[in-house]
Design a protein around this ligand. Structure first.
Ligand code: COA
Length: 222
């Protein structure tokens, strides 16, 4: 059976990874890539054509091709959300990647343009919006709600009943206590421990561990 054809928006590292994951672990086949005309520096990427987004309809029409927007969390996820809206406006269906190595249960319905990598655990009754990236290894507790356009880095603990507001960024190793609500467009920095609700646009970021004044050469037992 012929696989569904998609075009990936982007030619950066995330696009390279998206191509890898879709090719090796999905029902989709990546036919080519697209970027905004102003950023078009190459006609080929990973052995397939790159076309200007402005000319995509001519070469890869939406009745035959879907699209996946492989863009990072730039401008706190606004760039990716803009590109998703632009693709939708041109009439494209947006593909989603759900790793075969992620754990999800009956009743979980992935929305469009999600990128859900290996070792994510999505417990029953959790809901995940559109255009959400779950990098590898997160725990999404039961009854949690992740709104549209959110990006979770790796090894985040989203406890049961947590809500993460639209467009928020959650860094590596963040822990969010059960039933806490994170507002829209928040940034939770790497390693944050979040025990209470946060208003829209909050930044919660712990300082990194301080370097010892003692050099490693002076440690006696190592
Ligand atoms: C929290 C985080 C986003 C801050 O980013 P940043 O680029 O260092 O922030 P900036 O340098 O632009 O800082 C902006 C302001 O916030 C302040 N700030 C930054 N980190 C802070 C912290 N931990 N505590 C208090 N204030 C902080 C800065 O002092 C600065 O204030 P100023 O403008 O008055 O000088 C970053 O440290 C982080 O945790 N990123 C996520 C890493 C991660 O998970 N990566 C995986 C991606 S897949």
């Amino acid at each position: 059976m012929k696989r569904q054809q998609i075009i990936i928006f982007g030619t950066g590292e995330i696009a390279e990874l998206a191509d890898f994951y879709f090719t090796h672990d999905s029902e989709f086949e990546v036919a080519g890539f697209t970027v905004d005309g102003a950023y078009l520096k190459q006609t080929e990427f990973r052995g397939r054509p790159v076309v200007a987004f402005e000319r995509l309809l001519e070469q890869f029409p939406p009745d035959r091709y879907g699209i996946f927007v492989a863009v990072s969390y730039a401008k706190i996820n606004a760039v990716r959300a803009e590109k998703v809206a632009a693709a939708r406006a041109k009439g494209y269906a947006l593909a989603t990647y759900l790793s075969s190595r992620a754990t999800a249960f009956a009743g979980f319905v992935p929305q469009e343009n999600c990128f859900i990598l290996e070792d994510n655990t999505i417990q029953p009754f959790a809901r995940i919006g559109a255009n959400v990236t779950l990098w590898s290894g997160n725990h999404i507790g039961h009854h949690a709600i992740i709104e549209d356009d959110v990006f979770l880095a790796s090894h985040v603990v989203v406890s049961g009943g947590v809500r993460i507001g639209q467009g928020s960024f959650v860094g590596v190793n963040v822990t969010i206590r059960d039933h806490v609500t994170i507002g829209k467009k928040c940034v939770l920095g790497a390693g944050a421990l979040v025990l209470e609700d946060q208003p829209d646009f909050s930044v919660v970021a712990p300082r990194g561990t301080e370097r010892s004044p003692v050099p490693s050469t002076r440690l006696r037992n190592l």
